[in-house]
Design a protein around this ligand. Structure first.
Ligand SMILES: Cc1cc2nc3c(=O)[nH]c(=O)nc-3n(C[C@H](O)[C@H](O)[C@H](O)COP(=O)(O)O)c2cc1C
Length: 318
């Protein structure tokens, strides 16, 4: 069982995370994997409350659950199982043998192919039934995914530009961004090749990972009418944020399975005023993430920390 769960942990480390911070640690105990948030990998300027860290860990928890299911075991999970240990985000258990559903098999197969794509997408619109599948993926994890109509899309893109300006004015923002971008061979952070070009039409607000570090960034025209999605949850407690991460990853994998390229755009949810403006106050929803989807070119995989760094030892393991 340890061998199977080790491979499931390896799959989970492919999850997306804020600036590729990979803020997770795992411990295998018999038939269970404990997933911890690694507080040393929180981004204090961008993510002072640790909300995006929990979204990242939630994406890893979902991937772990999926891998256990695809390995032929019935997965079950408990979030924040020890009230005295807030860093223990989840216990994911591999129950008895269970048939692998075609959906689980398809999503698990998409895990190594899901990458953040910061390049221009084709002008082809994403068909409505495909978008409906993404909405359904979010719903299955208890979240709400809204496809922005033209007016909302333009407002969201405007808000993203304002958010990026305000974020840059935050003390320490440039240093934090530079710490997680480029800089030689590493197992984490966003490598320079993954940053992508600047939108010469100034429509798509891809996070500007490089200008602060005074590195060159070529310009290319992006699609003029991007497909923009807002992921939201009913609550905004820590467990809701973990669920938002699970929903994010389920949506991203569903998109990957359908040959869609995806870009998380989180500047909007990092500025509290902008974040509040993203959802209708009457809806009671909290915006957790903004996504751009479309048909894009093939991009490569960003690095991951080796298992020896993220898998805690057997000490105290039952
Ligand atoms: C909570 C969260 C926020 C993110 N915000 C952004 C963002 O604002 N801009 C961006 O280009 N990528 C964003 N990403 C994508 C990460 O940078 C990406 O997942 C990470 O670099 C690993 O690369 P990969 O997704 O290709 O595996 C975000 C991911 C997560 C989970």
């Amino acid at each position: 069982m340890r061998k199977v769960l080790t491979e499931c942990v390896r799959a989970a480390t492919n999850a997306p995370s804020l600036h590729n911070s990979q803020p997770w640690l795992f411990r295998i105990r018999r038939d269970t994997v404990e997933v911890y948030a690694d507080t040393a990998r929180r981004l204090p300027v961008l993510d002072p409350d640790g909300r995006e860290q929990l979204i990242s860990v939630g994406a890893a928890v979902f991937t772990l659950r999926l891998a256990i299911g695809a390995a032929g075991y019935r997965p079950s999970e408990e979030l924040f199982p020890e009230p005295g240990d807030p860093e223990l985000v989840a216990r994911v258990r591999a129950g008895g043998p269970a048939p692998v559903s075609p959906a689980a098999e398809a999503l698990a197969a998409a895990v190594p192919h899901r990458h953040t794509n910061r390049w221009p997408f084709a002008h082809t619109p994403v068909p409505a039934p495909v978008l409906e599948r993404l909405r359904d993926a979010a719903r299955r994890e208890g979240a709400v995914l809204t496809v922005a109509g033209p007016a909302v899309r333009n407002a969201v893109l405007d808000l993203a530009r304002s958010a990026e300006r305000w974020l840059r004015a935050r003390p320490g923002y440039a240093e934090e961004l530079a710490r997680w971008t480029g800089r030689g061979v590493r197992h984490d952070g966003v490598p320079l090749w993954a940053v992508g070009p600047w939108d010469s039409l100034e429509t798509v607000p891809i996070r500007d990972f490089t200008s602060l570090a005074e590195l060159p960034r070529p310009a290319e025209p992006f699609e003029p009418y991007p497909t923009v999605l807002v992921l939201a949850t009913e609550g905004d407690e820590r467990a809701d944020q973990v669920r938002a991460g699970a929903a994010l990853q389920r949506v991203l994998l569903t998109a990957t399975w359908q040959n869609l390229a995806t870009t998380p755009i989180s500047q909007l949810v990092e500025e509290p005023v902008v974040r509040r403006a993203l959802t209708d106050p009457g809806s009671g929803l909290s915006a957790q993430m903004v996504l751009r989807v479309g048909y894009g070119r093939v991009v490569g995989a960003t690095p991951r920390r080796p298992l020896s760094e993220v898998l805690l030892g057997r000490r105290n393991a039952g």
